[in-house]
Write a protein that binds this ligand. Structure first.
Ligand code: UD1
Length: 432
């Protein structure tokens, strides 16, 4: 298993280029299941979850082609014949977002069999809302041997009100509804930019969707979708992570190729903490040359502060003067990075869904364990300002969602290297 070794203390200076959004790329890849024509996707990040999705689609009979050289961020997916509309436990256990194939498969093939994701490091993460919504669209659902099986002759449009806002649940039902007979209205839908990006692709494929990016999405079902070409949006979580890295290290970093319009809550919170930023249409410059002040933060659905940035914000809070109260509203068990940050010298107390971080505390290097994707990012951030050499184990978590993180950090001045084990073990299930 690879480890990252980081020597702290270097300010990050220069420009870092943001990759395509993993969480937009995953549903866009699943959308290719809805047509027998090729779908060409650009700006696909080269991360582990994308590789898992390629394997998942290929196992169903899709032809998945990768671009080479300068086009290595392009993926062409051609689902001409779907021999086996199934997602096995082996694939779903490593990436919960595999459940995104459920809706498109039942809509296109009339049948889908997908492993239930089970528990996960950051909480229970059920898929009951995906299942309930598909039932409302007329699918018959059964569950046995850890699998959910959905069948339908043709799905029928319906009005679906989500009990709780769910990002992949909205995406799953949005995809399913494109091929349903009649109109579907999704109420209390997720408003994340990744949902709007998926709808943009689906509309290029011939779907009739209005309102994606708002809480009410209207979909007029069509009988067939066609191929399309689409460039996925930049990764707002990667951009936010580098913004905090620039700030914490007292650097001067230009975050290029991002969409500041998607970073509103993050930029607002950084301003409250005292971090100076300057945005253009597609970049943000962060200047971390002043002291930070503690600020409370609660995670919320978009456009609120993203849960996927909570761990990174906690790392920043350790370097702010005063007490920051961080409330995690989306997942019940998403503070596992806190105990590792404490081992590096942070003062953090957890009470249920609340973490109280008291700063500023100097951080000192230690051997730490990454527990999930975004938790590992917070440990990298802490290591960048810690005194000495931090060793981060289980970095396969970070490889699921950050493209070339060590190359990108090294290019702007971080002292970071990756070491592999001589006798690599099989990666354990990882979800975030
Ligand atoms: C997506 C993101 C993930 C992010 C999360 C919240 C992808 C691939 N992943 O995950 O990075 O952290 O949104 O912004 O886009 N819930 C239910 N029943 C369901 C579905 C969800 O109770 O059927 C609950 C979950 O347990 C959680 C909350 O709803 O408490 C939100 O989860 P959801 O938005 O579904 O997260 P994901 O789509 O899995």
């Amino acid at each position: 298993m690879d480890k990252l070794i980081i020597r702290g203390g270097e300010p990050l200076l220069g420009t870092v280029h943001i990759s395509g959004a993993k969480n937009a790329a995953l549903p866009c890849m699943a959308a290719a299941l809805l047509t027998d024509e090729p779908v060409i996707l650009e700006n696909i990040p080269q991360v582990r979850d994308i590789q898992t999705t390629r394997n998942l689609l290929a196992a169903m009979g899709a032809e998945v082609e990768l671009g080479y050289g300068r086009a290595h961020h392009r993926t062409t997916i051609h689902c001409k014949n779907l021999a086996s509309p199934e997602a096995s436990y082996e694939l779903v256990k490593t990436m919960r977002a595999s459940t995104l194939v459920l809706g498109p498969l039942v809509a296109r093939c009339g049948r889908a069999r997908v492993s239930l994701p089970g528990g996960c490091a950051i909480g229970s993460r059920p898929i009951d809302l995906h299942i309930k919504g598909l039932e409302q669209l007329g699918a018959k659902i059964t569950q046995d041997h850890g699998y959910v099986e959905a069948t339908a002759d043709r799905l029928k449009g319906a009005e679906i009100v989500f009990d709780k806002i769910t990002v992949t649940g909205t995406e799953d039902l949005l995809m399913a509804a494109t091929l349903a007979e009649g109109e579907t209205i999704l109420q209390n839908a997720a408003r994340e930019p990744e949902v709007a990006d998926l709808a943009a692709l689906l509309n290029k494929m011939g779907a009739k969707i209005e309102g994606a990016g708002t809480a009410t999405i209207r979909i007029k079902g069509v009988s067939k979708l066609k191929g399309a070409k689409h460039r996925v949006i930049p990764d707002r979580i990667e951009a936010g992570t580098f913004l905090i890295a620039g700030a914490m290290t007292g650097g001067d970093l230009n975050i290029a190729g991002c969409d500041p319009a998607h970073l509103g809550a993050i930029l607002g919170k950084l301003k409250e903490v005292g971090v100076k930023t300057k945005s253009t249409a597609d970049s943000v410059r962060v200047m971390g040359d002043n002291p930070f002040i503690a600020a409370d933060m609660s995670t919320e659905e978009y456009p609120g502060f993203p849960t996927d940035m909570q761990a990174q914000f906690m790392a920043l809070a350790t370097q702010a003067e005063g007490a920051s109260v961080i409330t995690e509203n989306i997942f019940e068990n998403r503070f596992m990075h806190a105990q590792e940050l404490v081992r590096m010298g942070a003062n953090i107390k957890i009470e249920g869904r609340r973490a109280v971080v008291r700063g500023k505390t100097p951080l000192s290097a230690a051997a730490v364990l990454a527990s999930d994707l975004r938790a590992s990012a917070s440990l990298v951030l802490a290591a960048l300002v810690a005194d000495g050499e931090t060793i981060i184990d289980r970095v396969y978590h970070i490889d699921r969602g950050y493209e070339n993180i060590e190359e990108k950090l090294r290019a702007v001045g971080a002292q970071i290297k990756r070491i592999g084990e001589m006798f690599p073990k099989k990666a354990a299930p990882a979800r975030a």
